[in-house]
Design a protein around this ligand. Structure first.
Ligand code: 5GP
Length: 194
């Protein structure tokens, strides 16, 4: 895998750190970057399109794919009702062979595992909230988690921040503009060699 031109841009971070917003802004600046499509057992949401947001598969099919060694990595994502999410080896290999830049929005452990599998073709970026207090405010503000879920997310933070140090870069998402600027600089240097 070492001599392909393509690159995997691995992005992870604690839930509520604002990683989706940063990713969308970055993909507007670099329109050639493609979103990597994972497999999941989570049910499709109304606005989601098969093959664009995810490949939606049954748990049986997911387990079969694990058994056939078709996944680079997979995780049971606890904050998503224990649904399974995984990165397809064939999808990644074919993108890299075609010289594509792929952005992987992935959970923290999954990100570390993809980096291990494709060390030469990866740049990994961890998006951090500015503080525990800021994260708490964002989680309360976005109103998608119950107080119990927020408590669990906050308790998980120290461990997640520790794992975040295994990423090549850590970006503190204090303001969207600064976070996107920093992200773009990293890509110019490590992906586009400008
Ligand atoms: P959802 O799309 O269900 O709202 O969120 C999915 C969560 O699973 C996010 O944290 C996302 O980063 C993570 N995720 C998405 N695809 C993959 C994957 O292929 N592997 C792993 N390990 N996590 C994933």
């Amino acid at each position: 895998m070492t001599d392909h031109k393509g690159k995997l841009i691995i992005v992870a971070g604690p839930s509520g750190a604002g990683k989706g917003t940063v990713e969308n802004a970055v993909m507007e600046i670099f329109p050639e970057i493609q979103f990597s499509v994972s497999v999941t057992t989570r049910p499709r949401r109304d606005y989601e399109i098969e093959g664009k947001h995810y490949f939606f598969i049954s748990k049986a099919e997911f387990l079969e794919r694990i058994a056939n060694d078709e996944l680079v990595e997979w995780q049971e994502v606890y904050s998503k009702n224990g649904h399974l999410y995984g990165t397809l080896r064939s999808y990644i290999d074919s993108a890299l062979e075609q010289g594509k830049q792929l952005l992987l929005d992935i959970d923290i452990k999954g990100g570390i595992n993809v980096k291990k599998a494709y060390p030469e073709n990866s740049v990994s970026i961890f998006i951090e909230p500015p503080s525990l207090e800021a994260l708490e405010k964002r989680l309360i503000h976005r109103n998608t988690d119950s107080p119990d879920q927020i408590k669990i997310r906050l308790e998980r933070m120290p461990e997640e921040m520790r794992l975040g140090q295994e990423f090549d870069y850590q970006i503190v998402n204090s303001t969207l503009e600064d976070a996107v600027d920093t992200f773009a600089e990293i890509l110019k240097k490590d992906v586009y060699h400008q």
